[in-house]
Design a protein around this ligand. Sequence first.
Ligand SMILES: C[S@@+](CC[C@H](N)C(=O)[O-])C[C@H]1O[C@@H](n2cnc3c(N)ncnc32)[C@H](O)[C@@H]1O
Length: 193
Amino acid sequence: MVTDALEAGIGQFVILGAGFDTRSFRLIAPAGAKAFEVDLPDNIARKQRLLEKRFGQVPRHVTLMATDFETDDLTERLAASGFEPDASSMYVVEAITQYLTQDAAQRLFSFLATAPAASRLIFTYIDQNFLDGRDLDGWESVHRKWSRRTRCGPSASTLRLSASSCAGTTGPNANRSARGTTARGTSKLPDGT
Ligand SMILES: C[S@@+](CC[C@H](N)C(=O)[O-])C[C@H]1O[C@@H](n2cnc3c(N)ncnc32)[C@H](O)[C@@H]1O
């Protein structure tokens, strides 16, 4: 999809909750397009260190943006980083909404709704019923695994959640629920298909 967008002439990519996604370095920057990678400050600092170690510096065309969707204004952050709001862009929102509060997820999608014509969106989500452990219908063991792994967020070391802020959590995102949002479409069905 990123390659399709590049071929269609899209020159600006915004990867929200980028984590350690490498498409900016493998596909976007080499094609001469701009990438804005947005994530929490700790993750951005770690990625910057790794990029500097690998390339000597953060590759040209890639801007790392330390931003917290819960508290920061994404529009303002992007504007301050050289993002062109009137240019058609591709937005990548993968495996992130399940970690956001409902308010932050709504703000994120309100921001996306302002994208100019011909912009594109890659979006994955996990159904809220799954996050809440409701109507699992054969997905119980997958949900148990998810709950164990994410009791304190997807990875307490990459997210800013601390052990104390997780205390009392009864399931994934018990205090960070984003209704109606969520996951990759590649999960296996309960029967393993
Ligand atoms: C499961 S990772 C997904 C990374 C990447 N998009 C992928 O699909 O491989 C979720 C990412 O969302 C980021 N994230 C979670 N909460 C966030 C927030 N409030 N603001 C910004 N980024 C956040 C995490 O730091 C992490 O890098």
